[in-house]
Design a protein around this ligand. Structure first.
Ligand code: COA
Length: 422
């Protein structure tokens, strides 16, 4: 935390502006711990690499919502509840049929998510138990939103999953209309677990801000999706795959990466606000993708990704020294989703499916806090502007704010260590 009480506004001279809220602690959470120095991610104390591949995504949902891994009976109940809940409200499905051909992936997902309140007369009920049940319903409906849209866009009709399908299996079944190979289901499940939760990232923070106003979970989910969409957050795996295809062979990697950097572009799938080492989810996702590649014998993309990672980390260390830029989860997300056979325009929607677990867990946690999230800004614009006599022109006096401030105006004072639930 980069709090600087000596400069924190009132009576302290120049306010400290935390660009991008970097270093600001805005919540206490008991859901996940992200250790950026050691490259470790734990969910409720479990190392994510222990969970991924060993428990199902639904078990991790239960863990995040209820704080413990479920018993067999609790697991069966959750699976049954989610299976019953995954049908979309009829008016939402009717609207999707109209919209599917008119807009692209995350835009449709945003519109679709906002329709999940249709028919929920209790949607404004923010009771924590009701909210956990709502989390399960929304989580169950996200795969249907993504898969139905994809099929409708392709001119095909929707496919309804079988009651016995788990979330990953049901998603692939809804997408393709046939039983998926168990290895693909396992690969997708490992991916969903890996991306299920990641502390106070931009989309989770967005969701918490919305629910802190005592709005509702569907609104908060929709807002989180809007935030995830951006290429500095979740909108990256599609571009990562495009980049890998453009590079084509390991021999081309260095020239390609150097050219991108020279032309001022960022390398997608590298760099992270918190991790200053390799993203811990990288090893487990590349491991899962490697297993799938070995099974099919198609290791070309896996080999290429490994080589591009080595080259990029080396070149970034040279061109951007001291920034500690390593591969992030998105590099490997592209690899595993490609190995599972998910179309690349569904990579970010798939991320949203997995992250709904963490988003909703954070919303439930945020509901225990009664204080709205409301930081401050420091005004640096003109003061004393006057209307000209004819009303047409505006005469502004020179900027009155502190000149040293960058054009980002978040003031750290109120955000630091806001006490959320323990
Ligand atoms: C993830 C990301 C937004 C984190 O941003 P951040 O912590 O706020 O870091 P900044 O944007 O301040 O970048 C710090 C420096 O590293 C550089 N940098 C960061 N990521 C970079 C990348 N992928 N390629 C090239 N340079 C990068 C920036 O240009 C900046 O350099 P400067 O000091 O010369 O200005 C950023 O690393 C990024 O844009 N990565 C590419 C997109 C991506 O993979 N997103 C998925 C995230 S999981």
């Amino acid at each position: 935390m980069k709090a600087d009480p000596g400069e924190a506004g009132v009576g302290g001279g120049m306010p400290h502006v935390a660009r991008g809220l970097e270093g600001v602690v805005a919540a206490a959470t008991n859901i996940a711990e992200v250790d950026g120095e050691r490259g470790r991610l734990t969910l409720k104390g479990y190392d994510v690499s222990e969970l991924s591949g060993r428990v199902t995504f639904e078990e991790v949902c239960y863990l995040l919502w209820y704080g413990k891994l479920p018993s067999r009976a609790e697991y069966d109940d959750l699976r049954a509840e989610m299976s019953r809940a995954r049908e979309l409200p009829a008016p939402a499905l009717a609207a999707l049929r109209e919209l599917a051909t008119q807009a692209q992936g995350m835009h449709i997902l945003r519109m679709g998510a906002s329709m999940l309140s249709v028919g929920d007369d209790d949607v404004d009920n923010l009771n924590p138990d009701v909210s956990r049940r709502r989390a399960a319903r929304l989580q169950a409906q996200m795969p249907a939103l993504v898969a139905h849209t994809y099929r409708l866009k392709a001119g095909k009709d929707i496919v309804t999953p079988k009651p016995e399908h788990g979330l990953a299996q049901g998603f692939l079944y809804m997408l393709e209309g046939e039983e998926p190979d168990p290895a693909r289901v396992a690969g997708l499940d490992a991916y969903l677990v890996a991306v299920s939760e990641h502390g106070l990232n931009a989309s989770t923070f967005t969701g918490r801000v919305v629910i802190s106003t005592s709005s509702d979970m569907v609104s908060a989910l929709t807002a989180a999706i809007c935030s995830l969409k951006g290429p500095r957050h979740g909108g990256v795996p599609g571009p990562v795959l495009k980049m890998l295809n453009e590079i084509g062979t390991p021999q081309n990697a260095e020239t390609y990466i150097r050219r991108e950097l020279t032309e001022g572009r960022r390398i997608m799938g590298f760099g992270h606000r918190i991790y200053k080492v390799r993203d811990p989810r990288g090893a487990l996702l590349s491991g899962a993708a490697g297993k799938m590649a070995a099974r099919t014998g198609d290791t070309q993309l896996w080999d290429l990704t490994k080589s591009v990672e080595e080259t990029t980390v080396r070149v970034l260390a040279e061109v951007k020294p001291g920034r500690d830029l390593h591969a992030n989860v998105e590099l490997f997300a592209a690899l595993i989703l490609h190995a599972v056979g998910v179309p690349s325009d569904l990579f970010t929607p798939c991320f949203a499916i997995g992250r709904t677990a963490g988003w909703t867990a954070h919303m439930v946690e945020q509901l225990e806090e009664t204080k709205i999230i409301r930081p401050e800004s420091i005004y640096v614009g003109p003061r004393g502007s006057e209307m000209a006599a004819d009303g047409a022109a505006v005469k502004a006096k020179p900027g009155a704010g502190p000149k040293a401030l960058p054009p980002v105006f978040m003031l750290q004072r109120q955000l630091v260590a806001t006490p959320f639930s323990a």
